[in-house]
Design a protein. Structure first.
Length: 343
């Protein structure tokens, strides 16, 4: 049986966690040793070395990598150049792979066309990859699995004030200022914004927030999941098309009411369960109030969607597994034949 590892240059990734049990890979997070932006290059060098060392020590046959960063493909090429053995490489391409700055890494498309499989998270990302010049024979659509979650034991009583959980990274595509204005129009709802408070403060969001907005800070997995199950509804925001929103899959996995930004891909994937709103204060405030009022019905719709999306994901996962197994078997046979010829 092929030894598989998944490498992600991040602290935690729900998508990879949800895939792990099905594919049986060992999941490895490689985190930045320094947070100072002036030390970004030394951080990347250290992380690259850890990546190559991990691949060699693990003796993996199949290596999954989460992208971005897109230069991970170049690191794998370097590993091969300096004597690493032939690997089956699967690139899990998040939407930012095909957006600046990651799309501008020199040689990206050539490297993608030299690996075995490139996974696009949805049909829009798939088409974008084709437009960039990625070989369709390398590409597969592989959507994100509903989060594999278990409701924590001894949950506290529901809050007296309805709470909406808003997972944030404070990236430019998140309309946080619009959210804060929507919260100001909804004083009877408490909004819990996760993510790094220092980043939110640096962008002026903390000072601009009304009293019913709470910045929770970055939460560990257990604390986050308790909020996820304990809140009244979940809000996911983006101004970009093609983004699947991890929080939407978490809401489906937990069977929770959700409000999402009104984009084509989110409607396609979550239309039967979510409420949708334009990224405007009045529209967001109205959708949040409706989610609170209809939480029980929306919870049930999310739970129903979870079953349908799990079946859809399993069909896609089986296709990915079959292709990876075929590629690995072919590569192993070719390697054995080469060694036999040399002998």
């Amino acid at each position: 049986m092929a030894k598989q590892i998944f490498i992600a240059w991040i602290d935690f990734q729900r998508r990879a966690e949800s895939m792990k049990s099905y594919f049986g890979f060992d999941l490895h997070y490689i985190c930045k040793p320094f947070n100072n932006p002036w030390l970004k290059v030394p951080s990347y060098i250290g992380m690259a070395w850890k990546t190559i060392s991990l691949i060699r020590k693990s003796k993996a046959d199949v290596v999954w990598i989460q992208m971005p960063p897109t230069f991970l493909l170049h690191i794998l090429a370097l590993n091969r150049f300096i004597g690493g053995r032939r690997l089956t490489i699967i690139a899990d391409c998040h939407n930012r792979v095909f957006r600046p700055p990651w799309s501008q890494v020199p040689g990206l498309i050539g490297q993608l066309n030299n690996i075995d499989v490139a996974l696009a998270h949805n049909a829009e990302v798939y088409q974008t990859a084709i437009d960039f010049g990625v070989d369709p024979a390398k590409l597969m659509v592989f959507e994100t699995r509903p989060a594999q979650l278990v409701r924590p034991n001894s949950m506290p009583a529901p809050p007296e004030v309805p709470e909406i959980l808003v997972p944030c990274s404070y990236n430019p595509d998140e309309p946080i200022s619009t959210l804060l204005e929507a919260a100001r129009q909804s004083p009877d709802i408490r909004f819990l914004l996760t993510g790094k408070v220092a980043k939110a403060k640096a962008k002026g969001f903390v000072d601009a927030a009304p009293e019913n907005v709470i910045f929770t800070g970055f939460l560990d997995k257990d604390a986050y999941e308790r909020l996820l199950f304990g809140c009244t509804a979940i809000l996911g925001l983006t101004e970009l098309e093609g983004i699947q929103l991890s929080v939407a899959n978490e809401a489906v996995g937990a069977g929770k009411a959700m409000v999402l930004s009104d984009t084509a891909i989110l409607r396609e994937l979550f239309g039967s369960a979510a409420l949708f709103a334009k990224n405007e204060p009045n529209a967001l405030a109205a959708a949040c109030r409706e989610a609170i009022a209809s939480a029980s019905e929306l919870n049930a719709r999310s739970a129903t969607l979870r079953e349908a999306r799990e079946l859809r994901w399993e069909a896609q996962a089986e296709a990915v597994k079959a292709k990876a197994n075929l590629l690995h078997t072919t590569a192993s046979a070719s390697h054995a034949q080469s060694e036999s010829t040399i002998a």
